[in-house]
Design a protein around this ligand. Structure first.
Ligand SMILES: Nc1ncnc2c1ncn2[C@@H]1O[C@H](COP(=O)(O)OP(=O)(O)O)[C@@H](O)[C@H]1O
Ligand code: SF4
Ligand SMILES: [Mg+2]
Length: 335
């Protein structure tokens, strides 16, 4: 029987009602200060050793979510817990210590690595900051991490520009692993890479996860990529989660018209969605400053009804598992 307190069930990251609103400089009508609703009330949790994916078009709030989770941005509202501790409002020394328990891998490994520092030092830096072991032990650990991510020992003395894009992302991964973080946030980690290299990096992330029990928050605009690496997936639209499910359910039975439209545009995603029924995704999302009343997707939704423009749909559970959807037209048994 499954024990609910087993370490595999331990929740590493819990996000509840997270909001991140940005103030806009110019004044709105009647003097009200307009706000960008970048992240607007999202909740999810990631068990240790699992990968939670966030997918959505550009501007849906994915990177803002990542930065808020890392506490590189202050949340406007909501709660973030890492390994059982509430980190939503911590400051100063406590915040600096906590940030080291989380590492982020960015889309562009070139701009995120200091061009004047050799690969060995880039990987070693987090261990120096945390004063892990003595100098010799750190050298050994750097060499170990280097081979673990598939690089050759003689490359340790090279500078970032002497590596290919895929190799630079491997350095970024080794650096992220150096401090043995509780959580690794991957923000579009393969979007800047050629397709063949993407697969290598995704395989590396998967292999490292099973070897080291890593926990990932994995962000991508690409459903094919998310399908390859994620256990549970949230689809984000204009700062909100509109659908969430385990990987199999989401691709087998996508319910939200936005998810279906996204899927129909991705030939690479393995899905049975009938492409003609889903509708193509046309137009742009509305401004995150002046949000429409009702469903935020209504202006682009091929099946919108009057009710959709008047009433906001909320996330609700569909069926037995973790499948949730925010759409008026989805019934208890699905679309
Ligand atoms: N610092 C900021 N100030 C104002 N608006 C921002 C800021 N950062 C992001 N935004 C806005 O918040 C929304 C979400 O952005 P982002 O989280 O980067 O989306 P994604 O990563 O999904 O492309 C966008 O409308 C973006 O323009
Ligand atoms: S609530 Fe209405 S507009 Fe929104 S996704 Fe569902 S059908 Fe489309
Ligand atoms: Mg982004």
């Amino acid at each position: 029987m499954k024990n609910s307190t087993a370490s595999s069930d331990k929740i590493m990251l819990e996000v509840k009602g997270l909001k991140v609103h940005f103030n806009v400089r110019c004044k709105g009508l009647f003097g009200a200060a307009p706000k960008v609703h970048a992240v607007d009330g999202i909740s999810f949790e990631i068990p240790k050793g699992k990968t939670f994916g966030i997918v959505g078009e550009s501007g849906s709030g994915k990177s803002t979510t990542a930065l808020a989770v890392m506490r590189l941005l202050d949340p406007t509202a909501g709660k973030i817990s890492l390994n059982g501790s509430d980190i939503s409002a911590i400051k100063g020394a406590e915040l600096r210590t906590t940030r080291r328990k989380m590492q982020i891998i960015f889309q562009d490994p070139f701009s995120s690595l200091n061009p004047r520092i050799r690969a060995a030092q880039i990987i070693r830096e987090p261990m120096d900051v945390m004063k892990v072991g003595n100098s010799e032990e750190r050298d050994i650990k750097v060499a170990e991490l280097f081979t673990k991510v598939g690089l050759r020992p003689e490359q340790l003395a090279l500078f970032p520009h002497q590596f290919s894009g895929g190799q630079r992302q491997r350095i970024g991964i080794a650096r992220a692993l150096a401090s043995q973080p509780d959580l690794i946030v991957c923000d579009e980690p393969v979007s800047a890479l050629d397709v063949a290299i993407q697969a290598q990096i995704l395989n590396l992330l998967r292999n490292l996860q099973s070897e080291l029990q890593l926990t990932y928050l994995f962000i991508s605009h690409d459903l094919g990529v998310v399908q390859y690496v994620c256990d549970e997936i949230a689809v984000m639209y204009l700062g909100q989660i509109v659908e969430q499910a385990d990987r199999v359910s989401l691709f087998k039975k996508p319910l939200h018209p936005y998810t279906r439209a996204l899927l129909s545009a991705v030939p690479k995603a393995q899905t049975k969605v009938a492409r003609d029924r889903s509708g193509r995704l046309e137009g742009d999302p509305p401004s995150p400053i002046d949000l429409p009343k009702g469903c935020r997707f209504a202006g682009r939704c091929p099946v919108a009804e009057d009710k959709c423009h008047a009433e906001e749909p909320f996330l609700r559970q569909i069926g037995e598992g973790s499948h949730h959807v925010a759409c008026h037209l989805v019934s208890e048994s699905g679309f």
